[in-house]
Design a protein around this ligand. Structure first.
Ligand code: BES
Ligand code: ZN
Ligand code: ZN
Length: 485
């Protein structure tokens, strides 16, 4: 089956039969609504304003077609949590327009007109991102007629629309990769698809480490994870070098377990259910890579996807086995289901031993069930060994509505990894699963400034712009925000 060429793309088809109506959306801030210049605006008929009253959202049938009027909630100045876990104006606008997609597509109008009042550029970006995110479907994206955006009556510039679309599309790429089933997306097809995607790029160079190269590089840990799979592990290195970029590169690493059955410590049926999403960290990195390449940001970035399938056959690794990592540590397998840290360890070591050594390393991984239990769908557990880096990332995550919360690298817990037969075990005997996993990874980052995101990567669909159950693209907006500065 020739799936590789289309693996990265969502299926799009033009709108079907459209009605010759215009759907008009009015999206405004509460303060814009109160201002007299808006209420008496020539663009919003006064009779519509009159209908609003106390409602936040009103739909009316006008002479040309449906009119949807929506007031965006105001950002509340949060005094708690250092204001890091609050809604931002960007995320409120994103969810506000995202929530209207069902109505817009249902109308099947030939023209859709979105009128913003009182929104700044960040909010306009957020709104357009929300619209594009909410249109995503795995089987076939939703669509509608020609759309145009106006801000206070003036056309929104193409560059703002395009930059918002490029953000949304990179998130949708991450979501799509997560949604692809493991019989289609495996380490080999995944690596090939990435190579093909960037084949013509002048700034992104893709190198694939296949199983032979991984053996030559002494990547004993990632090889052990994939040794029972029909499709062997890959580490994909994407090297981004735009002209004019100076300074040390940033490295970004993603866990890409294309399916995690748990290995011989096999997961229960319920636990295994959505484990196609165990490559979510790599999807975040890949989604971000598509944005990075389009953005032309003048920074050096090295991205790594640690790809393997955690499977079972007579070759599978066993509890008690000992494997040697690329950096020379002997690791005893306490639990074959703690495979993500193994795959990441070798990829991180490759990242920090490049000729151009990175200044900062950031990794994304669906690493522990414990992170899911403590933070749920939409808040990521973030660990960092550098306060300045942590601060910058948390601020980017807050501003771009992709929330995370810092967790402690509490080093006394590391003693739980003690092994009588090797340098360390891959499973800790100490509670605090996500902290332990982070401490395990810390053994592979040397003296590099490092942040680790233990993501969930999946949504059950209660956020309006992520209307669908499936991959959520968690982390992509944080990375974009971090690099936009
Ligand atoms: N991929 C899982 C973690 C996971 C589970 C993420 C559910 C999101 C939802 C990971 O490989 C795993 O199984 N971790 C184990 C580690 C344990 C055996 C030390 C866990 O968290 O239970
Ligand atoms: Zn696992
Ligand atoms: Zn896993």
């Amino acid at each position: 089956m020739n799936i590789v060429p289309s693996i990265m793309a969502t299926k799009k088809s033009g709108p079907k039969t459209l009605r010759s109506t215009v759907t008009k959306i009015y999206l405004l801030t509460a303060s814009a609504l109160e201002e007299s210049n808006i209420t008496h605006s020539e663009h919003i008929p006064e009779w519509i304003i009159g209908r609003i009253g106390e409602e936040k959202e009103v739909s009316i049938l006008g002479s040309e077609g449906p009119i949807i009027f929506k007031v965006i909630e105001e950002v509340k100045a949060e005094e708690q949590h250092y204001n890091l876990i609050a809604d931002s104006s960007y995320s409120l606008a994103r969810e506000a327009l995202g929530s209207l997609v069902g109505q817009i597509t249902k109308e099947r109008s030939k023209k859709v007109e979105v009128n913003f009042y009182g929104l700044d550029q960040e909010m306009i970006t957020g709104a357009i991102v929300g619209l594009e995110l909410a249109l995503y479907r795995f089987k076939e994206e939703l669509s509608f007629g020609a759309i145009s955006f106006f801000n206070d009556g003036k056309k929104v510039t193409k560059s703002i629309v395009d930059s918002a679309l490029s953000i949304a599309q990179s998130i949708n790429t991450a979501r799509h990769l997560v949604n692809l089933p493991a019989n289609i997306l495996n380490p080999v097809t995944y690596a090939n698809a990435v190579k093909k995607y960037f084949a013509k790029s002048t700034t992104m160079k893709v190198t694939v480490y296949d199983e032979k190269k991984l053996a030559k590089e002494n990547c004993g840990l990632i090889l052990s994870v994939g040794q029972a799979s029909a499709t062997p592990p890959r580490i994909v290195h994407l090297k981004y070098r735009p002209t004019g970029a100076k300074g040390k590169p940033t490295a970004i690493v993603g866990k890409g377990i294309t399916f995690d059955c748990g290995g011989l410590n096999v997961k229960s049926g319920a636990g295994m259910g959505v484990m196609k999403k165990d490559m979510g960290g790599s999807a975040t990195v890949m989604g971000f890579a598509t944005w990075l390449e389009k953005s032309g940001v003048k920074k050096k970035v090295d991205l790594y996807l640690a790809l393997a399938e955690n499977s079972i056959n007579e070759l599978a690794s066993r509890p008690g086995d000992i494997y040697t990592s690329r950096n020379g540590l002997k690791v005893e397998i306490g639990n074959t289901d703690a495979e993500g840290r193994l795959a990441l360890a070798d990829a991180m070591d490759i990242a920090i031993t490049q000729k151009e050594k990175p200044e900062v390393l950031i990794d994304f991984a669906t690493l522990t069930g414990a992170a899911k239990v403590s933070m749920g769908d939409f808040v990521t557990s973030m660990f960092a060994n550098d306060d300045e880096l942590a601060d910058k990332l948390l601020k980017a995550s807050q501003k771009n509505g992709d929330l995370s919360w810092r967790m402690p690298l509490y080093r006394p817990y590391y003693k739980g990894f003690k092994s009588n037969f090797a340098d360390m075990n891959n499973m800790s005997k100490v509670k605090g699963g996500s902290i332990g996993a982070a401490l395990f990874l810390e053994k592979f980052i040397g003296d590099t400034k490092w942040a680790h995101f233990d993501i969930f990567g999946w949504t059950s669909g209660f956020r309006p712009s992520l209307a669908q159950e499936g991959g959520s693209g968690q982390g992509v907006e944080t990375l974009i925000g971090y690099f936009q500065n």
